[in-house]
Design a protein. Structure first.
Ligand code: ZN
Length: 265
């Protein structure tokens, strides 16, 4: 039975028997895989630290007819600080859920893996605004999948955008005043909202840490992005269940984080 050595991030787990766990790992080279970690819940188990949610480790797995058994783990980063407050934990959940929808078994996702690890690390740093990090992650992830909306010109006819552009999730982005007539969900947005989306999409994570959005822009961007994310994931992955879960339990409105964390915004 061959051994596989891979980096991985724990996306979820399910306990079985008294002491064991089935762990879902996000790996750069194999996408999402499940591995049985026998005895990992015993405090003295060598697998104990490597089977917690969000743990980034180097795993050695034994492969047996498409099933994996975890035999060793060396923890690279536990991302323990994610648990220090509810906001960072909520945003980490958003990242995890979005990553999970995009992953399929056996399909390599090295860029998404690096993005995920970097954003989880950024969430652990107290000075960062967790909502901005999560938003950045979601936008970059959609971009990697080719699902980011067209916001530089009209996504239907390619015309340049007006001062107050229209936007439609169904159309897949910004619209000119003529094309918007064809979409019932089209609505106008502040020019700064699309500009902020462009800025976040093109920015490096280092820049996102110091980025501040205005009080006007931030709620609109949050709402616009939420619509877009749900629409794209539902359309592209049939992730209806995910969307309901994220909408109801995980995806907190920005206001809740805003008031508490960032009076400057
Ligand atoms: Zn148009």
């Amino acid at each position: 039975m061959p051994l596989v050595k891979t980096y991985g991030i724990v996306l979820r787990y399910a306990n079985f028997s008294e002491t064991s766990r089935m762990v879902t790992l996000f790996t750069p080279g194999m996408g999402r895989i499940s591995a049985a970690a026998k005895g990992c819940r015993r405090p003295k188990s060598p697998l104990f630290n490597g089977c917690e949610l969000y743990t980034f480790g180097e795993y050695i797995l034994r492969e047996n007819r498409d099933r994996y058994l975890m035999t060793q783990v060396s923890v690279v980063e536990s991302f323990y600080a994610l648990r220090n407050n509810l906001d960072t934990l909520t945003c980490a959940s958003q990242i995890r859920e979005v990553a999970e929808v995009m992953l399929t078994e056996g399909q390599p996702r090295p860029q998404l893996f690096v993005l995920t690890a970097r954003c989880l690390a950024a969430l652990c740093q107290e000075e960062n605004d967790p909502w901005m990090i999560s938003l950045y992650y979601q936008m970059q992830a959609l971009q990697l999948e080719g699902l980011f909306p067209q916001i530089d010109r009209c996504c239907e006819c390619g015309a340049p955008l007006e001062e107050s552009p229209w936007y439609s999730c169904q159309a897949g982005g910004a619209l000119c005043p003529i094309c918007r007539l064809r979409y019932a969900d089209a609505h106008t947005v502040l020019p700064g909202t699309l500009a902020s989306m462009r800025l976040l999409l093109g920015a490096d994570l280092e820049r996102v840490r110091i980025l501040r959005l205005s009080k006007q822009i931030r709620p609109q961007l949050e709402e616009l992005w939420r619509e877009t994310l749900f629409h794209q994931l539902e359309q592209s992955f049939g992730a209806v269940e995910f969307v309901h879960k994220l909408r109801d339990h995980v995806y907190h409105p920005v206001g809740a984080l805003d008031r508490k964390k960032d009076p400057r915004a």
